[in-house]
Write a protein that binds this ligand. Structure first.
Ligand code: GLN
Length: 394
């Protein structure tokens, strides 16, 4: 057998392997563990959204949608962005519907980054970012954010910027840390982007999941940023339907045209009946829905943080997302991967070992585990019963 057929993987994917989310969910199923690893709700999103999608399926909304997004969804998204943040986008040229935020990120990088351009990622990062940069032939540079507060060190970011830097990928609220970048931090990033003429790809999928009265601020609203920012979000998190894979991107027309150049060949268009049903449901639910979502997640966050602290983990409570990163040094002396393996096999709780989200400083991640709390009260209570056994170990 030739190497080409026995080992056919293209070199650009060799550094990556299978995603940690698939690996841990598989282990959770194998060991019948409670799955606090992959971030998906174990409850349904609003019935109203399902009803509208079912109706759209039954009323001839089943052929290709407009490549850039069904006009009803594009209109609902544009209205929402203006109502929430005062950001106005032209519906036909500045909004793009994609197959999840993942596709929006990949199409943005493919559409905006040239081979050998450098792209700055904050580390720990969401795992698709370095892979998207590799697909575009770009080079990722990593700006560390460190446990426990994951504060931005402006000089570390500035030091990474050079003549080849094309873009910064920002993610706030931030997965996996739960950090919400402060206005001052966003201003630092915005000022550097303007000064060095950089693009910003801003992944805001957790925009509605912020706690303790903190609110989300899109970086596109900062001076000089509208023309250089692609703002990305997704229905998966906001409406609790991660399997539907509907995402979107807002940005100035030239940026969105570049992202569309990739999108038209990556998927061309996104599932029509879901776009139509989601648009109608969004119009009916309005922005009041977001307050209820936030309140229910705040309770889950508090429950999870209390539990982890009682069990012997160290953490600072996440300001956003549905994840908490916790240090386990008082409980276990090995690596995050070893502890995650022990937890899934012997305690029956699956988590994410976050060293998978580091390239430059993997030792930072090796002392942490990520817990997802987008789960029902029953699941969280069952997990707490299992995890409490850890604090009783000799
Ligand atoms: N975003 C989800 C998480 O962080 C997982 C998505 C995926 O499985 N690719 O857990």
């Amino acid at each position: 057998m030739s190497t080409r057929t026995s080992d056919p993987l293209a070199t650009r994917f060799r550094p990556f392997g299978a995603t940690i989310f698939s690996e841990m969910t598989r282990l959770a199923q194998q060991h019948r563990a409670i799955n606090l690893s992959q971030g998906f709700p174990d409850f349904e999103g609003p019935q109203l959204v399902i009803d509208h999608v079912v109706e759209a399926l039954g009323s001839a909304h089943n052929q290709y949608a407009r490549s850039m997004g069904h006009p009803e969804l594009v209109a609902a998204l544009g209205r929402m962005e203006e109502e929430l943040y005062g950001l106005r986008f032209d519906l036909m040229s500045e909004v793009l519907v994609t197959s999840g935020a993942t596709e929006a990120i990949t199409s943005s990088v493919l559409g905006l980054v040239n081979p050998r351009d450098e792209v700055i990622l904050f580390e720990p990062y969401y795992d698709s970012y370095p892979a998207a940069v590799a697909m575009a032939g770009g080079i990722a540079r990593f700006c560390p954010l460190r446990f426990p507060d994951f504060a931005l060190e402006p000089s570390e970011l500035a030091a990474l910027i050079g003549p080849k830097t094309r873009a910064i990928v920002l993610n706030s609220p931030h997965n996996p840390s739960g950090k919400v970048f402060s206005r001052d931090e966003l201003l630092v990033i915005a000022n550097l982007a303007v000064k060095h003429d950089l693009l910003v790809i801003s992944d805001e999928v957790y925009e509605h999941l912020t706690y303790d009265g903190i609110s989300h601020t899109p970086i596109a609203g900062f001076p000089g940023m509208r023309e250089r920012t692609v703002t990305i979000s997704s229905a998966g998190k906001t409406y609790s339907f991660t399997g539907w894979k509907i995402g979107w991107a807002f940005g100035a027309a030239p940026l969105i045209a570049a992202v569309q150049s990739a999108h038209q060949f990556v998927t061309f268009a996104t599932c029509t009946p879901i776009q139509v049903g989601l648009a109608r449901a969004m119009n009916e639910l309005g922005t009041a829905y977001f307050a209820d979502l936030r309140m229910s997640y705040q309770k889950k966050r508090d429950f999870m943080c209390d539990l982890l602290r009682r069990t012997g983990f160290e953490l600072s409570p996440p300001e956003g997302t549905y994840f908490v990163l916790a240090a386990f040094g008082g409980l276990f002396s090995g690596t995050d991967r070893e502890f995650a393996k022990k937890l899934v096999e012997t305690v029956g709780v699956a988590t994410i070992p976050p060293s998978a989200f580091y390239t430059r400083c993997p030792e930072e991640g090796a002392k942490l585990l990520r817990f997802a709390f987008c789960k029902t009260e029953a699941t969280l209570t069952a997990a707490s019963e299992r995890l409490e056994s850890l604090s009783q170990e000799p």
